[in-house]
Ligand binder design. Structure first.
Ligand code: ZN
Length: 341
């Protein structure tokens, strides 16, 4: 089968299209013909060589939708032909965290496509209970836009930040996939949504998506503006995934008793934290990653009911995987970049 693969860490140029052996469905697994696979920042980190245990050569791609074409031992043959989306979270199912339904805190938590080979290929084999049947009206491209971004945003807002209806939430870097997911989910939860992005086009698109107040970081000091726009109070929740470039502004934007939830650091992981602001304003800094099985299923129910529509920036052929890496790296996208084999 064809796959976008790299044999060494480096820039987008290390990504090549090659013929590799097709995977086989093992016991309890399904073989999925990939119809769409979306990119995440995670794919860039893995390609550059963040210090994690991964396969090398490596096929990236954690966000996968496709059709089941074969099943392994112990899986119902009727599943062949099913259109599915894959939950890429992998957990042990036996540890204390798994037992209390906190799978993404599992000590052996891994991500399909990050720690293993993934979906930038024609086929993948995955545990059958990780492949969820899609409704007919959801396209493969939309489904592939979901798993990583939307489950991360769901857990961040619903479980970790405990966002309540009527609260004010500020989403930083709101043109990337997970931040846009956060805007959509926060709206669905009945919050007032503030967003920071760059460029008049992105400001307009975020307004169309229902963000109540959108700041262009190129022209607005958003951490001050948000105080003015909340009656000098600040926001209840900040959703952070940028890191170094926005951290101090994000802390300043919080109201007393506010919660900052972070799941990424696209602009760098090292920040300063003035503890006086933490205790005096009584704020919480909350980390989160991916989601539990039940959170993923809650999210799918909302999407399948048509309450959330994934946002797609571009659909490109798998053969242009290198170009897709460049596009995500450049940072100008609005929503997910999806590859189609
Ligand atoms: Zn576990």
């Amino acid at each position: 089968m064809r796959a976008a693969i790299f044999h060494e860490n480096g820039g987008p140029e290390v990504v090549r299209i090659e013929q590799v052996p097709q995977p086989v469905a093992g016991p309890g697994e399904v073989l999925v013909q990939v119809r769409a696979a979306a990119l995440n920042h995670l794919d860039l980190w893995v390609r550059r060589g963040i210090p994690i245990e991964t396969t090398m050569p490596h096929i990236g791609g954690c966000d996968i939708a496709g059709v089941i074409t074969d099943v392994g031992n112990g899986v119902a043959a009727e599943r062949v032909g099913e259109r599915v989306v894959i939950n890429p979270g992998l957990w042990c199912g036996r540890c204390r965290e798994c037992a209390r339904g906190q799978e993404s805190m599992c000590e052996r938590y891994r991500i399909f496509g990050e720690h293993t080979d993934g979906g930038f290929a024609e086929f993948v084999a995955i545990q059958a209970d990780h492949a969820y049947r899609l409704p007919d009206d959801l396209s493969f491209e939309e489904a592939a836009a979901l798993p990583v971004s939307y489950q991360t945003a769901w857990r961040a807002l619903v479980t970790r930040a405990r966002l309540m209806p009527g609260e004010d939430v500020l989403v930083i870097g709101a043109s990337g996939g997970t931040a846009l997911a956060a805007v959509q989910i926060a709206r669905l939860m009945g919050a007032r949504v503030f967003a920071v992005t760059q460029g008049a086009g992105n400001v307009e698109r975020l307004r169309e998506m229902g963000a109540d107040v959108v700041y262009d970081r190129a022209t607005t000091d958003w951490s001050r503006a948000v105080h003015a726009d909340t009656g000098k109070r600040g926001v209840d929740v900040v959703v952070e995934n940028v890191g170094a470039a926005t951290w101090s502004g994000s802390l300043r934007a919080l109201a007393r008793g506010g919660r900052l939830v972070t799941y990424g650091a696209t602009a760098g992981p090292k920040v300063e934290l003035d503890l006086r602001s933490v205790f005096w304003k009584q704020i919480e800094v909350i980390g989160t990653t991916m989601a539990s099985r039940s959170e993923f299923e809650d999210l799918l129910r909302m999407v399948f009911a048509g309450r959330i529509r994934p946002v797609i920036d571009t659909v490109m052929p798998l053969d242009e995987a290198r170009e897709a890496h460049r596009r995500l790296e450049a940072g100008g996208q609005f929503g997910k970049i999806v590859l189609v084999p």
